[in-house]
Design a protein around this ligand. Structure first.
Ligand code: FES
Ligand SMILES: [Fe+2]
Length: 431
């Protein structure tokens, strides 16, 4: 549990709040790169309770501006995208990728240029990597180093980002992404299904076979490594070793090579969150993910769960299917649909003072503690945790593997990672 003051400190991310100020200091995914066409429609992006538009200019660069036109607040989603800038359709003022007003044709010609230069425009730096447009919304002149995770260095063909949108606070999203115990229960039917067994092979039985993993942690400059060790499986043990790059990213354990997923929970506002599921494969192109393979989805990569239902229909839970043996009753859907239903069922901002935590929640407790320490530190002296030159983002890789009982999971993991690094990691030749 968490007292109400700490819960508020962690969950409120609007302008001026301590957590909102801190989280804005990290690079965050704003939208899919493929969504922005040269001189095409500006894309609305709501982040941290504020509204923006992203657009791709004539020369291919991406601009990120306040949605409301600085003149009289008409939406720049309606703007013309031409000549390396957005031109508001109301009075024709034009704004560049750099966030400057470059034309104000309603002003007398003699003072137009000077007037345009005086118009305040809010814009933020962007960076494209891993099939995503990232934005830095912080206050610093120089943004922190870009988190060059493995997937951000792959060609777009090797990365498949999908965005879910949930009607909850960002921390509920993050906590669901950290929780290694729930898979045995919430996702039991998917793990046991034909497609689940095809995707996870013998690991399905290992996840299903022990619902009380032992948790062990290693602190890392970017957050922590979480080993969830299942020891009740017979003659071997099973480790799911998650990498948590705070404040947003959870790398989901997977076999040492092949397709994998990293997830992140990015605040749209206090009660709405973008939950990204980014599939990638260093060895081969990807055009789908566990999520799209495991069941029906909306077909919209920018809101893959648009068809998930809500509290009024209990997220389409099917009681008859449950009587028939389906665990969650959320039938023919990928795991995130089950995750999202339970997350939303807690309410938009769960009151963590009402919880009763157990052993399986050690990871949740740990993440909250680290985030509380980080936000207090940031509030006190501006120090930003979990980032900086010493952080090696590229080598972060979450693994799952079976191992002999007499072995130590940390040693096995080290060996697997070393094997991966010495064989070049199968990184495609064009990189
Ligand atoms: S409101 Fe945009 S130019 Fe007037
Ligand atoms: Fe889950």
């Amino acid at each position: 549990m968490l007292n109400s003051a700490d819960n508020t400190l962690l969950t409120r991310i609007g302008p001026g709040t301590p957590m909102g100020r801190m989280l804005r200091e990290y690079w965050v995914p704003a939208c899919r790169s493929a969504k922005l066409e040269i001189d095409g429609a500006p894309e609305k992006v709501r982040l941290f309770g504020e509204n923006f538009v992203a657009f791709r200019a004539t020369d291919g660069r991406v601009g990120f501006l306040q949605e409301a036109c600085p003149h009289r607040c008409a939406s720049l989603r309606l703007a013309r995208n031409e000549g390396n800038g957005l031109r508001c359709i109301f009075h024709g003022w034009k704004f560049s990728v750099e966030g400057k007003c470059v034309d104000a044709p309603t002003e007398p010609r003699s003072q137009r240029e000077r007037f345009a230069q005086s118009v305040p425009v809010r814009s933020h730096p962007t960076h494209e990597a891993g099939g995503l447009v990232w934005v830095y919304m912080g206050e610093k002149e120089t943004p922190p180093p870009f988190p060059d995770f493995e997937f951000t260095q792959l060609p777009d063909s090797h990365v498949f980002p999908l965005r879910g949108i949930i009607r909850t606070n960002w921390l509920q999203g993050l906590e669901a992404l950290l929780d290694s115990a729930h898979v045995t229960f919430l996702h039991a039917t998917n793990l046991d299904s034909a497609i689940g067994r095809e995707l996870f092979q013998e690991e399905s039985d290992m996840m299903l076979g022990d619902g009380a993993p032992i948790f062990e942690f290693d602190e890392k400059p970017y957050g922590f490594t979480e080993g969830a060790i299942r020891t009740e499986l017979g003659d071997h043990d099973y480790a799911r070793v998650r990498e948590v790059a705070l404040p947003f990213f959870s790398f989901i354990p997977a076999a040492p090579t092949g397709p994998r997923i990293v997830c992140c929970s990015i605040p749209i506002d206090d009660v709405t969150t973008a939950q990204w599921y980014i599939s990638y494969n260093v060895d081969a192109p990807v055009d789908g993910s566990n999520l799209t393979l495991m069941g029906n989805w909306s077909g919209n990569p920018d809101h893959f769960n648009a068809d998930m239902g809500d509290e009024s229909n209990l997220w389409h839970q099917d009681r008859a299917a449950m009587k028939d043996g389906h665990w969650s009753g959320i039938v023919n859907r990928g795991n995130p649909y089950e995750d999202f239903a339970v997350q939303e069922s807690m309410g938009a901002i769960v009151d963590r003072s009402q919880e009763y935590l157990g052993t399986c929640d050690r990871v949740i407790y740990r993440a909250r503690r680290l985030l509380l320490d980080a936000v207090r530190q940031f509030d006190e002296d501006g120090t930003l945790s979990f980032t900086g030159a010493r952080v090696d983002y590229t080598s972060i890789r979450a693994l799952s593997f079976a191992f002999a009982k007499e072995e130590n999971w940390r040693d096995v993991r080290q060996k697997l990672l070393a094997d991966f690094q010495t064989d070049g990691g199968g990184v495609p030749a064009q990189i």
